[in-house]
Design a protein. Sequence first.
Length: 135
Amino acid sequence: MASPAFEDLAETFDFLDDWEDRYRHVIELGRAMPPLDDSFKVPALKVQGCASQVWLRPLTADGRFDFQGDSDAMIVRGLIAILHHLYAGLTLEAVLAVDAAGELGRLGLHDHLSSQRSNGLRAMVERIRQVAAAG
């Protein structure tokens, strides 16, 4: 099950009629996301398998998952923001239980992302799952 923030996001995507509006919304989400401090843009936090440069900095406290992220591509920053909506605030166990492909499918992203972007999104999800599994 996704976070309540993701449920709100999914409702917004349902409201947007066409992909161009959704695409603009993804970019707006990326613009609204705070940038990751350059000191965290290090190889250990870089996500491999993304066409763009992507960094995810996990933050867990009191058994709840959160992260900061950034990318050099605005659409990818938006995808990071979507993943933040999906996972932030969940318990580590709940993070592992999320059907990311199914939840993201509700947004209609797979039909409109390039194969490279889709692969990068899967790599980000896998990194999040690895962090949650490591506890």
